[in-house]
Design a protein around this ligand. Structure first.
Ligand code: TPP
Ligand SMILES: O=c1ccn([C@@H]2O[C@H](COP(=O)(O)O)[C@@H](O)[C@H]2O)c(=O)[nH]1
Length: 246
């Protein structure tokens, strides 16, 4: 089985390079302090349709310091004055009208085709709000696996999730100091028949997981800084995050 090393909270490290930041349209899920911290780390920043309103409204006092590199979407949510403001600042604005994909998915494709030096793509505002959109955002993680080897992370100030690819042993480095109390392993797309883990309070030993049978929620890190997960199918890793204090 191929092995992959990954630090799920690597994007929080102080001098992390190659972060691409995406802001989605879920204002209740976006903590402004955390957004500004991520903005400062990111080399490329994109807002997705109504996510542009979120940025605009969140940084009222110093709007000129927070100008994204790209705005995209089908533009059924961005407000006209918001669009006008960023247009006047020379931001690239790309219309993605296809109604078979959510705006997040289309924006991700644009970013992948644009940037070479990307180490991680972090999307803010993907949790909460509409349930269909939460699932759609997780579906985008599945789509991303076919498009790029760059990890795509859904993140907020207090939690994150990332899709672990099937048929691999994942070695998760969980020693950044930002790890919180809970974590989970969710077989979202289809059942997993063989999962083996180490480094968790409740480990699996060549066990299956599927909805209606077993999913691993309210799990916890054992605390030795490493979690290993072998899985025969894609599996969503979720964890609590403790960000930097302001
Ligand atoms: C089977 C199927 N169901 C539903 C749709 C509709 N649909 C899927 S993605 C999409 C675009 C959604 O765009 P986005 O702006 O991301 O979300 P919104 O806030 O407009 O719901 C639409 C209309 C479809 N094309 N196919
Ligand atoms: O409740 C929601 C609404 C939206 N999203 C995410 O944001 C983008 C852009 O949304 P628009 O409604 O087009 O402005 C959408 O593609 C979703 O990824 C969400 O997560 N929850």
């Amino acid at each position: 089985m191929d092995q992959q090393e990954f630090c799920p909270l690597g994007y929080l490290k102080e001098h992390k390079d190659g972060v691409t930041l995406m802001i989605l349209n879920q204002p209740q899920d976006i903590d402004v302090t955390f957004m500004k911290q991520m903005w400062a780390k990111a080399t490329l920043k994109a807002t997705v349709d109504g996510g542009t309103n979120v940025l605009y409204d969140s940084v009222k006092a110093d709007r000129d310091l927070y100008i994204p590199d790209l705005i995209s979407g089908d533009f059924d949510s961005i407000r006209p004055e918001v669009s006008e403001f960023y247009k006047s600042k020379g931001v690239e604005i790309v219309s993605t009208p296809d109604q078979d994909y959510i705006d997040f998915a289309k924006a991700l494709r644009l970013l992948i085709s644009k940037s070479a030096q990307v180490e991680v793509i972090v999307a803010l505002g993907a949790f909460g709000g509409r349930m269909d959109q939460v699932f759609a955002n997780i579906d985008v993680l599945h789509q991303a696996q076919k498009l790029t080897s760059v990890p795509v992370v859904l993140a907020s100030h207090c939690q994150m999730c990332v899709l672990l690819k099937q048929g691999m042993k994942h070695c998760l480095q969980v020693d950044t100091g930002h790890e919180g109390d809970w974590c989970g392993l969710i077989p979202v797309g289809r059942p997993c028949l063989h999962i083996t883990t180490t480094g968790l309070k409740w480990n699996l030993d060549n066990q299956g997981m599927e909805f209606g049978q077993l999913i691993s929620t309210s799990n916890a890190l054992e605390g030795n800084g490493l979690v290993t997960i072998e899985t025969d199918n894609d599996l969503l890793w979720c964890m609590e995050v403790k960000p930097d204090a302001e």
